[in-house]
Design a binder for this molecule. Sequence first.
Ligand code: 4AD
Ligand code: MG
Length: 405
Amino acid sequence: ARLSVRDALGARSTNGERVKVQGWIRSVRSQKEVLFLHINDGSSLESLQVVADSSFDSRELAFGSSVEVQGQLVKSPSKKQNVELKAEKIEIVGNCDAKDSGFVHIHTPIITSNDCEGAGELFQVEPSSKIKVPEENFFNVPAFLTVSGQLHLEVMSGAFTQVFTFGPTFRAENSQSRRHLAEFYMVEAEISFVESLQDLMQVMEGLFKTATMMVLSNCTEDVELCHKFIAPGQKDRLEHMLKNNFLIISYTEAVEILKQASQNFTFTPEWGVDLHTEHEKYLVKHCGNIPVFVINYPLALKPFYMRDNEDGPQHTVAAVDLLVPGVGELFGGSLREERYHFLEQRLARSGLTEAYQWYLDLRRFGSVPHGGFGMGFERYLQCILGIDNIKDVIPFPRFTHSCVL
Ligand code: 4AD
Ligand code: MG
């Protein structure tokens, strides 16, 4: 018989009944003679212990992989649980090797002279007026709090291939919204030799799913507490996101979908105009509350570094945003323009040629196709905990008119 984890755990007869249980591996412990797995399918808070002899290949049985286990339900010798499943056959349904893919952690600087996003939302850094600096300007160039570590990661991905950073970022945008802060944390990754958005999206989906499964299994009680008091039903919504493949639509398709529903919006959806939060939330609902990648945005809306798709007349770049239920945009990323002449022209058009000579040099010497993304960490917490306002996921939120304490 096929049993859910919940039913298996609650089984009364444990006299070696033959059952089949499907789920995801939440932990693996391998000893000399035996292998212990904990699997869960979302039907229960508790996971089911599976005991296998060590002839099963434990490299295949990794955290996050989905499995089908056939075996006998027996009484567990351990006090921790009543029953356990003695495995006779373990089949991998989908393996999960997205976890530790050899990304090198880089500490990117907080003070920088670049405006990576080109949106001019910068906080300028200057010595306090009491400090006497011999030169008129401390750094010789205007310096700012970073909006993104991306450009520094691009430098380092040219040495280590796959790199990431996790640190504070700052934006002086008018942030009176439920999903904007003036100071927030971002997880950013940059990968050399990535040639398609498909490859990039796979890493993004893997990061979201692996991180979420780890949070659910390592911080179960905290997450449950949040869900119980703040967002009942959120666990089911999360399992729904984890179980399904994320969807992909183009910006152009997204605008078509939104136009069909334009009576619902304050802002009229139109090709060439950025998606508003209300549009993003609608798209996610439209996609059955499964996270959705929106790709290929208009070139005119995006920063200088995004790769030109050379299409037309609706000219787009290889950009990708991941929209999630309740929040809207959670990740922003793109393939980077690695072709010297294309980049040179884009920089010239933005009046940035002089300041970005070092960036152009990366394309002059050993350039490779590459891409990357950033995920807003507070928005991620909003998404998994089901918290409506970003100001409620951190103790000292910074936003316009708010920096006491
Ligand atoms: O889409 P953004 O602006 O992308 C970048 O900064 C790229 N340079 C990242 C990269 O490719 N390495 O920001 C990335 C994410 C957004 O999707 C959002 O989740 C979050 O950062 N974010 C904010 N979170 C809170 N408050 C704000 N004001 C945010 N602005 C962006
Ligand atoms: Mg963005």
